[in-house]
Write a protein that binds this ligand. Structure first.
Ligand SMILES: [Zn+2]
Length: 251
């Protein structure tokens, strides 16, 4: 596996670099409407429609020494899993529009955030300013246009407090945090492809679900007891009604 430093040649002036996925510059709405072979039949309405689309941007923080927490390629299995889970379960594609590696050393408070209500408190008190400065950069580069279809940003951090490995403020925020170990195959007791899409579920307004077969089950314990990725009809409807999702088109 390449080390983060191997991408050093692509670092440019602003102290960060951007990895764009092929085709991500195309208009997502238009491309979703014209794609063939991706029709999801009757998941919500009972009539065939093209998939909806939710766009996802990733920010990878760097530690106090400026070493990125992950190589962007390490995200790919979890990104593919997120797309598969929401496509199969809700008729919504997850389009990864870019990964920004923030090479500016992050403060320890940003690398090791608190979770849940404490993270919400930190947000209210302005303790998440480092995230917002980076999110502002994403907006300034034109990745974000409107309220409807507004992308969700996943921020890769080092260690979330307690046993939490991912955290979302639900519909309160357009960003979620996920711990770097989730994407590191050399850490089998942390590696878990379900957490990113679980946090996307929260950002799309889904609460927890009591079944361990469900994507929104509160707990997941790799390697043996990873949560399932099922979604029920109500969850599908909530996802499709969400402001982050550009709806599919009836055919
Ligand atoms: Zn959760």
């Amino acid at each position: 596996m390449p080390t983060p430093h191997s991408l050093g040649a692509t670092v440019f002036g602003a102290g960060r670099y951007l990895v764009r996925t092929a085709g991500s510059m195309a208009a997502d709405v238009a491309s979703a409407a014209v794609r063939t072979g991706e029709v999801v039949g009757g998941l919500v309405s009972g009539t065939a429609a093209t998939p909806g689309t939710v766009r996802l941007t990733v920010l990878i923080l760097s530690d106090e020494h400026g070493v990125p927490l992950l190589h962007p390629a390490q995200l790919e299995p979890a990104l593919a899993r997120a797309d598969a889970v929401l496509t199969d379960g809700a008729g919504v594609r997850v389009r990864h529009v870019g990964t920004h590696v923030i090479t500016e050393p992050a403060p320890t408070t940003a690398l090791n955030p608190r979770a849940n209500k404490l993270l919400l408190l930190d947000e209210a008190l302005g303790r998440t300013d480092f995230y917002h400065r980076q999110l502002k950069y994403v907006e300034d580069t034109g990745s974000v246009t409107d309220v409807v279809g507004r992308p969700i940003t996943a921020i890769v951090v080092r260690d979330i407090a307690g046993r939490t490995t991912g955290c979302s403020l639900g519909i309160s925020a357009d960003w979620v945090v996920v711990q770097a170990g989730l994407f590191d195959t050399e850490r089998p007791h942390e590696y878990d492809e379900t957490v990113l899409v679980h946090e996307l579920g929260h950002a799309l307004n889904l609460p927890h679900h009591p079944s361990s077969d469900n994507l929104m089950y509160y707990s997941s314990s790799p390697p043996e007891h990873v949560r399932g990725t099922g979604l029920n009809a109500v969850q599908r409807a909530v996802i499709n009604a969400n402001r982050h999702v550009v709806p599919g088109v009836r055919r």
